[in-house]
Design a protein. Structure first.
Length: 331
């Protein structure tokens, strides 16, 4: 969900007008590539997921249909990006190749501990950002953008390591030799290093990236907020990682500044793109609340009926209103 945020961030930092056609093409391409990657990974994981007892979407679908959906998604994704930038199209092909190399049985980088976590971070976090840099002609050698790449790479490493740690038992059942299994004693240390590397590189990027505002108040606010985050990470690093406070910190800071920029530029319609992660979370919470209300109402009704009948002298636990008739065995 940060992909749209990143696009708006680039428009802000480069002080260029928002091109909705380019923005829409990039977002749709990103979604299609993600769906294709998910299906490819599930398709080649059918056997190992079966051993681990995990659900697998590709297992229930027709192989030819899944292949058609993946090919269609990748083709449309490439068409959308390639018509914007030929170099970005080539980079997208590299991403497709990395996705296949990560999951395909012949190479299967995901089973190679060190190469696996690096490959995952590169294709899932670095290449999408590099693609934006290519499309919007950003100088990658610029220190602040290098810091932004390091931030994403470190977050990618941290996330795949946490995923492998959570999936350790399933990997053992299916015979996958992940980094979390082979280097179990070093896992937490690498997760913490990745967290702090991401944290420091993000601070560097924000401080120098938003310096263009020509207002010391913003930069001072970012610095003070980051110091509080850093202190919390130092003393409660495990809780900080579990609750993903680093990403939350970035979202709050970037939403505040980008929101102000959109309002100042009279780009009110684009506010929906900026706050869409919050809207998605809100909708999910609404559905969860509705589900909880249904359960509560059901409980209240059941207890009300029970005690109402009990007041009239009938215990529904001992004498229910009806009994389920068991089917008699004809034999």
């Amino acid at each position: 969900m940060l992909f749209i945020n990143y696009i708006l961030l680039i428009y802000f930092l480069k002080s260029i007008p928002v091109d909705f056609e380019v923005l829409g093409s990039l977002v749709l391409s990103y979604i299609l590539t993600g769906v294709g990657a998910f299906l490819v990974n599930d398709y080649y994981d059918k056997k190992v997921d079966l051993k681990a007892g995990k659900s697998n979407l590709a297992e229930k679908g027709n192989s030819y249909f899944i292949g058609f959906i993946v090919l269609l998604g990748f083709s449309v994704s490439f068409f959308l990006v390639n018509r914007i930038s030929k170099n970005a199209g080539i980079l997208l092909l590299v991403q497709f190749a990395a996705l296949l190399a990560y999951s395909h049985p012949r190479i299967r980088l995901k089973t190679k501990p060190i190469f696996g976590i690096i490959a995952d971070s590169i294709y899932a976090y670095i290449i999408p950002v590099l693609l934006l840099f290519v499309v919007y002609k950003i100088e990658i050698a610029d220190p602040k953008y290098l810091a932004f790449l390091l931030f994403n790479f470190s977050i990618g490493l941290r996330d795949i390591l946490l995923h492998q740690k959570k999936d350790e038992l399933n990997d053992l059942k299916s015979g996958i030799n992940s980094f979390a299994i082979r280097y179990k004693s070093k896992l937490n240390t690498l997760v913490y290093i990745s967290e702090f590397t991401a944290s420091l590189s993000l601070c560097f990027f924000l401080m120098f990236g938003f310096w263009k505002l020509e207002s010391q108040t913003y930069v001072l606010g970012i610095g003070v907020a980051y110091l509080f985050l850093l202190l919390f990470e130092i003393f409660r690093v495990q809780k900080s990682i579990e609750n993903n406070y680093l990403i939350r910190f970035y979202i709050v800071i970037s939403t505040f500044i980008l929101g102000y920029w959109l309002l100042n530029e009279n780009l009110y319609a684009y506010l929906i793109l900026l706050i869409h992660p919050y809207l998605v979370q809100f909708v999910v919470q609404i559905f969860q609340l509705i589900n909880q209300l249904k359960i509560m109402i059901s409980v209240i009704v059941n207890y009300s009926l029970y005690y109402s009948f009990k007041l009239m002298g009938r215990d529904l636990k001992k004498k229910p209103l009806y009994k389920k008739h068991e089917k008699k065995n004809s034999n």
